[in-house]
Write a protein that binds this ligand. Structure first.
Ligand code: SAM
Length: 255
């Protein structure tokens, strides 16, 4: 028996109905290039492997790497890589990657941003995350949860919440509710040209004080005149801007 380790964010899925629903949402097909982050004891690994015949998984906990290698059926096309996913080079796994994972919640944001750096290699991603994080990732402008994370994710991906998962589906049960999210990288041709560092700065600064206007939050970075020149009111709040508005704003900071 493996004792779940808190420092690795280990909450193992054990509810067969939830596992079936997740695998059904991923809909793995023979020939798909599947990559799992944090396979744990294989709750998703083995059913996905069965459906598509081939899978690579990255696991940080060496004891679990050993356990999975012992558990894997003879001749299974399952490669377990013993590594920190935060340090993985995701350009080395081939094209049209389908990334999946019940992610360790303590590193979910840095891991998402690390992965987005490889968006060109990725076909889609299905993740279990904290419900609150998924709600922020998928929020629309004007809603209470729309903020920096929503804009940064939706700038590069179509983000869709699929369903919620209660704590009882895991062992040990986490303290929070979880949700499954599907992320599909946008066609690069449809993403306005932008400097990623400037874009990140404009978005972060725009939301730095939620109750304040763009004029206040962007002082020193973009003038009110420049905002007005693209039809944005300086007295607007960041939470009411679309992702495309942020691309247009960021172009002003560029120039
Ligand atoms: N997929 C399994 C499941 O659904 O039962 C385990 C999910 S558990 C929430 C997260 C898994 O990610 C654990 O197996 C943990 O050891 C692994 N993990 C934690 N940090 C990691 C990292 N930086 N890179 C790769 N795997 C990591």
């Amino acid at each position: 028996m493996h004792r779940p380790r808190k420092r690795f964010g280990q909450n193992f899925l054990h509810d067969p109905n939830i596992i079936r629903r997740i695998v059904g949402s991923i809909a793995p097909q023979a020939g798909d290039n599947l990559l799992e982050i944090g396979p744990g004891q294989g709750a998703l690994t083995f059913p996905v492997l069965e459906a598509c015949g081939k899978l690579t998984a990255i696991e940080l906990d060496r004891d679990l790497v050993t356990l999975l290698n012992e558990k894997k059926p003879a001749n299974a096309a399952l490669t377990i890589i013993s590594q920190d996913a935060l340090k993985a080079d995701f350009s080395g796994f081939g094209e049209a990657l389908r990334v999946i994972g019940n992610l360790p919640y303590n590193i979910s944001s840095p891991l998402l941003f690390h992965l987005l750096g490889y968006a060109a290699h990725i076909r889609d991603m299905h993740f279990m995350l904290q419900k609150e994080v998924v709600d922020r990732m998928t929020a629309a402008p004007g809603s209470k949860t729309y903020g920096r994370l929503s804009v940064m994710i939706q700038a590069l991906c179509r983000a869709e919440k699929l369903f919620d998962v209660p704590p009882g589906a895991f062992f040990p049960p986490p303290a929070v509710d979880s949700s499954i999210v599907r992320l599909v990288p946008r066609d690069p041709a449809g993403i306005p040209a932008h400097d990623p560092a400037v874009f990140a700065k404009v978005v972060s600064q725009s939301f730095s004080q939620r109750r304040k206007t763009l004029r206040n939050n962007l002082k020193g970075l973009i003038s009110s005149d420049a905002m007005e020149s693209i039809g944005l009111s300086p007295s607007e709040r960041a939470e009411n801007l679309s992702v495309d508005d942020f691309f247009r704003l960021s172009a002003l900071a560029d120039g």
